[in-house]
Structure formats: C-alpha cells, structure tokens
Design a protein around this ligand. Structure first.
Ligand SMILES: C[S@@+](CC[C@H](N)C(=O)[O-])C[C@H]1O[C@@H](n2cnc3c(N)ncnc32)[C@H](O)[C@@H]1O
Length: 734
C-alpha cells in the first residue's frame, strides 16, 4: 500500500508588530503618508501582520475604510504613472490583493517577504508574479471597495465577489449586495429596466467621456483589438461580395454600404476596421459605382466622444477619403441620425439606406437598459432592484457618477402574469412569454435597450440589417436555467451579462437568423441577420465561420493573455508569431515589447529576422491609435529601432512619442544617444540638455553629456555604442 501523503508544511509564523488600528494611527500622525518610502515601509509592516489564513483576518474592520482610501490612491498613482520600469509601491498591490483574494495570501506574503528581505524599499523589479498581482489589483479595485464596505459594517467580505478577471482584458468586480446599517436607500425596489442605474450609467459616460479609456477605467482590449477588427472587416467584406459580386447581386451600386458603430466610445475599433477594409481594397468587387463601396459611421450618445474623434489625427485621412463619418446618436431614443461631416440623414425615409445596414455593437448591449425576470416552478417573476449608498449625501444627487463606487444593491422578486404587457411592444413581450412557456426554473435578462436599437436601425434600412456584436453573456437557453440574481460588474461604469439568446429569439421572430460563437466560456461574438436570406449571404456566413467561429476573438485574447501571464521566457520567434497572429496589434506589441527589444539585441537577431522585424514595426504603427499616454508605443518602437541600430528611424519615433505622449527626460536622453551615433553632436547635446531640463538629477543623461563633450573636445574617440550598459531601456508601463 502506498504511504499516505505527508502533512502539508505548517506556515511559518509571522511576526506581529501591533494592531492595524494603532499602526494606522501612528502612520497618520507622523504624516508619513507624504513620503513614498515611508508609505512603502508602512505597507510592509502591515503585510507583516497578515495572518496565514485569510479567513482569520483579525481586525481590519475599524481601519479598513481609511486603509482602502489610501490604497486606491496609491494604486491609481501607480497605474497612471508614466514609464515605470520598476514597480514602486507594488506592496500596495500585494496587500490589496491579499485583502480580497484569500487564495493568494501565501503568494502575497512571499512577495512581500522578498521585498522586505533586501530589495530597495521604494522600487523593486517587476517579476512575472508581481505583474500578475498588479493586474489583478487593477481589476479588483471595486471588489475591494465592496469588501471594505462590508468590513466597515462589521461583516466579512464574501467569497462570491467576482473579482477574478483583473487583467485589463477582463471586467471589474461585481457590485455587491447590501451592507448592514449606515446605508442610505437611493431607490426603493424598482423594475430593473426603470432603475436609476441606467441614469448613473449615462452620467458616467457623459461626464468621464474619453477619460473612461484614456485613464484605463473601462477595459476595452477584448472588444477592440486588431484581430477582432480584422475578423469583423472580413464579415463586412463578405457582405460586400454578397451584395455586389455579380451584376445580378442584389446591392444598390449607386450607394455605399453604411456601417454604423453604436457606442463607439474611444473610436479605436472604427479606426481599425476602416484600416482593415482599406487594406482589402483590391478585392472589392469591380463594377461598384463608388470608389469605396462602404461608409463607416461612428456614433455615441455623448457629444464629448464624437468631438474627440473629430479632432483625432488618426481619423483625418479617413474623413478626407469620405469613408468615415460620425454622429451623435442615442441608441435607446432616436430613430434617425445626421452625419456630422456629410450632413447626410440616415432615416427610414431619407432614401440613403438602400443597401442593408451593417451595425456594430461591441460592449454595448451590456451597457444599455436591461430588464430581468425569473421563473420559479413555472411562476414568472419580475426582478426588482433597490439601490443603496454608503454616503447619505448621495441622496441629494443620486445620478452623479461618483455614486457608482459607493452604491450597493438588493434584489427582490414579484410574481407577474405571463401575458402582461411588459414593454409596450409585442415583439419584445414575445421574448419573455416564450421563456415563460418553455422553462420551469430559470433566470434571464431582456436587453430592452438592445432590442430598441435593433428596432430603430432595421426601420432605417427597410428591415435589412447585419448586426455584428461582441460581449460577455449567454448564448444558449440552457445557460439560463436555475435561480440566480443578475450579475452587475463594476469597472468605473458597470455592465451586465448579455442574453444573446433573447436577441436571437427576437431576431428569429422578425424572420431573421443568428450565428454565435460555439463556446460557453468567455467573450462571445454573434452575427444577427435580418431581412437577409441565408442563401444570399454565403460569403458573410463563411467569414463568420472561418474568422470567428473556428478561432475567434475570444481564443485570440485568451491566448495572448496566457502567453503574457504563464510563459516566463518566451522566445523572439514566439512573440513575433503572436504579434503577426494579432494582425500587429499595437497593444500586443506593447505587452511584449521587452521580449522584442531584449531578444532582438542579445544575441543579435539574424539579418533576415531583423528585416522582418522592421516590417512588423510598420504593421504595428498602422494599428496604433494614440489613446493612453501611459502606453507610449512610439517610444517603445524607438527603443526597438535603437536595438536594430536604426538610429535615424528611432529619432523619428522618439519625436512622435514626445508629440503624442508628452515630453520625457528618457525620450530626450535616448534621442541624444541616437544623435551621438549619427555623429550629430550638436543635436545630441541639445537632447541631453533637454533631458536634464526635465530631470536635473538624471545621472545617465549627465554622464552621456560628459562623454559627448569629451568626444567633441578630443577627436580620438572610437567607441561604438553597442554595449548593454550604454543602452537606456527606460520604461515599462504595464
Ligand atoms: C462599455 S463602452 C463600449 C465602448 C466600445 N464600443 C468598446 O467596445 O470598448 C459603452 C459605450 O456606449 C455608449 N453609450 C452608453 N449609452 C448609450 C446610448 N444610449 N446610446 C449610444 N451610446 C451609448 C457610451 O458612451 C460608451 O461609449
């Protein structure tokens, strides 16, 4: 008989240095929070008090809120801090993760002990484990918020909080249920679709506007990357071929195919899809009366986003070519739209939408007004939501976006007859009734805002519409079985799970059909066809099957995330293959920049590989849409080109970096080095001076400046810059 497994090792006891409350008080009275080093030391001492078992957290209750406030400030500072090669205060991330993720306590403690044992207190190298922790903490901020609220009310945070997808690709944590005492009711139980939640959502997007993405508050990688854009562009190309391929094909050659993107937000997806369609221009069917058979229209309900696109340099050429336009359009209220550049009006009777309309709604159905029901032993029940806030002052202005982070909610249910008029629209009612007829026990959402959007846009196009959509949610009826409260994920704004199956029911009732991604887990994509017969959409359906169903956006974003998080030492070939699979997505480049830079230089990549890399760089530049100054893609391309000894090219990218992401002492320093090797000593001197103007104590620029002066003063130097020490790799902003 095999010997029984040895008992698990007992966790090493941790030294305790006082209570959290007393330490917090001391820290605050000392004013130590003014200094980063002191802060880090403080967090380290807190971490040292962590017990081995998360469930036995002894006493954060009294100080939890104050600690959390401070943590979030630190986390935010670090998130937005430009060009971090190190992880200053990453202990904060460790601690915050530890607070919520009981499973990570061991890891958190190990990391913090490593920090305590010799690493410089204010900054430590970013190990892969820390990168993962860091990413998690970004995603769990809201979950921690809720956990802290609970702690403040004397409860332990529950384990059910969905805080596991902290990568920028994922969602935030869930808004929690009600806390105990000390909360103010902002809204009594109300049907979900009539809740003030949706007003909060609107005020968030209207007020924060482009900051939602430029400050990395709302995630967008999964819904907006070059791989997904390429897949959507191929579906659109499929429809273009279905409509215009042969003289007998049904399209109107005198008019473009309008592609309306709803809630385009940051605008990056529109940029990527237009670029991809233009790359395929040699395959547009001949005989279309217009130079370009499509016009892409980006829309959003908030004029702030639309103004941002109108000013964005990446769109200038597309506007000029006439392939892009934009409109302020509210998907839940308006039935026609006026395009801001061409002044064209897209409506049921303007005579412009003579071809089917292509509609793109990524990450929208989860944002728009949604209703919820459940069926208990055959009885249909409406879902009601009550909203509370931890601050009584919120009752004064319950729709201010800041309420979102303080709100919590309670669910309740009320029986309703299945033949009630739920929405004032028989086709919408049909969705609820058909579930009520078939299911005994189920919980389901009805994306009413999404259904209104389909109704308005299909009316504009004579009932002919191809809807391309991507979101998180349910694609099969079986996923709705059982009883559970609706899930609300908070990430600055909030979002709900999308019932793709309900959208399918609605579209099928109107005579259409749907194609959805086959897997139950992860991000879903779907194409809905209205007024477009199956047999007349062969190319479109083939594109879906080939580019979305078989290996689609979900698989791609999971693959790149796993490589980033799980492969500790990917090779140059590995990363280049991924970059090419991503269609040269600039974010993927940014994520793997360090591998590319390091492994192109040491050892030097072969000549043919170097030539390939230059083409890859051109591809990355094409997909680059400047949005977050903290992700300075041009700076990183500049560094890569320095590694390839293309100093002229590097200087060009460093100049663009200064233009797009702000001037930085390391950028000037690197430009100085490039100019030095280009024998442009005067410019090199100006660059080192500019670097030192921005950061007078920047020793590396000072050293290079000395070296330059020595060289210009004695004509004898033959040093060639190629050593690792000479190379300034300045940044790492994850
Ligand atoms: C979660 S963001 C999605 C942005 C982008 N589509 C993406 O995939 O990253 C939701 C977007 O919908 C917009 N939005 C919210 N309510 C809307 C409405 N009623 N009509 C049109 N757009 C709306 C917001 O302004 C925001 O740009």
């Amino acid at each position: 008989m095999a010997a029984p497994p040895p008992p698990p090792a007992a966790p090493a006891p941790l030294k305790r240095q006082g209570t959290w409350s007393s330490m917090m008080d001391e820290w605050r009275t000392k004013g130590a929070h003014e200094s980063a080093t002191e802060c880090n030391a403080f967090v380290l001492s807190l971490v040292a008090t962590l017990p081995p078992d998360a469930r036995a957290v002894p006493e954060p209750t009294a100080t939890g809120k104050a600690l959390y406030d401070w943590l979030t400030v630190k986390v935010k500072e670090n998130m937005f801090q430009r060009r971090k090669k190190k992880f200053p205060s990453c202990e904060v991330a460790v601690l915050a993760v530890a607070l919520k993720h009981s499973g990570l306590w061991r890891e958190a403690r190990a990391a913090s002990e490593a920090l305590a044992g010799g690493a410089a207190p204010a900054s430590v190298p970013a190990s892969p484990a820390m990168v993962v922790l860091w990413k998690r903490v970004r995603g769990v901020r809201e979950a921690i918020d809720m956990a802290m609220k609970k702690l403040a009310h004397g409860e332990m945070p529950d384990d059910g909080v969905d805080a596991d997808s902290g990568d920028e690709d994922g969602e935030g944590g869930a808004a929690g249920g009600a806390g105990g005492g000390g909360v103010t009711e902002l809204q009594a139980p109300t049907r979900l679709k009539d809740s003030l939640l949706w007003d909060l959502q609107r005020s968030f997007y209207d007020e924060v506007a482009i900051g939602a993405w430029s400050e990395a508050i709302v995630p967008n990688f999964v819904t907006t990357n070059a791989f997904l854009a390429s897949a959507y562009a191929k579906s659109i190309m499929g429809l273009i071929r279905d409509l215009f391929d042969s003289p007998s094909a049904p399209g109107d050659r005198a008019k473009p195919l309008y592609i309306v993107e709803v809630g385009a937000g940051h605008g990056k997806l529109g940029f990527l899809i237009c670029r991809e369609l233009l790359r395929m221009r040699e395959f547009f069917p001949a005989g279309h009366g217009l130079e370009f058979p499509f016009k892409y229209v980006m829309t959003d309900f908030t004029a702030h986003n639309v103004e941002f696109w109108m000013q964005h340099a990446s769109f200038a050429e597309l506007f000029e070519m006439g392939v892009l336009d934009c409109a302020v359009w509210d998907a839940e209220k308006e039935t026609s739209m006026t395009l801001l550049r061409s002044k064209e009006v897209l409506s049921a009777d303007s005579g412009l939408v003579t071809n089917p309309l292509v509609v793109i709604t990524n990450y929208i159905f989860d944002t728009l007004r949604t209703d919820a029901f459940r069926i208990v032993d055959g009885e249909l029940q409406e879902t009601r939501i009550a909203i509370d806030s931890s601050s009584a002052a919120d009752a004064e202005e319950p729709t201010a976006p800041s309420v979102i982070k303080r709100m919590s909610h309670r669910w309740s249910y009320e029986a309703v007859p299945a033949d009630a008029d739920f929405f004032g629209d028989e086709d919408f009612n049909y969705v609820v009734r058909s579930y009520a007829e078939r299911l005994e026990n189920a919980s389901f959402m009805v994306p009413v805002g999404g259904l209104s959007l389909i109704r308005s846009l299909s009316a504009m196009s004579g009932g002919r519409l191809l809807l391309l959509t991507g979101d998180k949610g349910y694609v099969r009826e079986a996923e709705l079985e059982g009883h559970r409260d609706p899930h609300i994920a908070v990430h600055g704004s909030f979002s709900v799970m999308v019932n793709f199956h309900a959208l399918r029911l609605y579209v099928e009732r109107l005579g259409g059909f749907a194609m959805t991604t086959p897997h139950l887990d992860g991000f879903k994509c779907a194409h809905f066809f209205l007024g477009l017969p199956r047999e007349a959409t062969m190319h479109t359906r083939w594109a879906f099957k080939n580019n979305i169903e078989e290996f689609g956006p979900e698989n791609f974003s999971t693959l790149q995330r796993c490589i980033k998080e799980e492969c500790t030492n990917p090779s140059l070939k590995h990363v280049l293959a991924l970059l090419r699979l991503s269609r040269h997505d600039s974010e993927v480049f940014y994520k793997f920049k360090q591998v590319l830079i390091d492994k192109t230089m040491y050892p030097y990549a072969a000549d043919n590989v170097q030539r390939d890399i230059r083409e890859d760089i051109a591809g990355v530049e094409e997909t680059y849409y400047p949005l977050q100054s903290s992700k300075d893609v041009c700076f990183e391309i500049g560094r890569l080109l320095m590694g390839l000894k293309d100093y002229r090219g590097a200087v060009g990218y460093f100049e663009r970096s200064n233009e797009l992401c702000g001037q930085h002492h390391v950028t000037y320093h690197n430009m100085g080095i490039c100019c030095y090797y280009l024998d442009e000593f005067e410019t090199a001197l100006k660059c080192f001076d500019a670097s030192l103007d921005l950061k007078p104590d920047y020793g590396e620029a000072a050293d290079w400046r000395k070296k330059l002066l020595a060289k210009t003063q004695s004509a004898s130097s033959g040093h060639a810059w190629n050593s690792e020490e000479d190379y300034e790799d300045g940044t790492d902003t994850e």
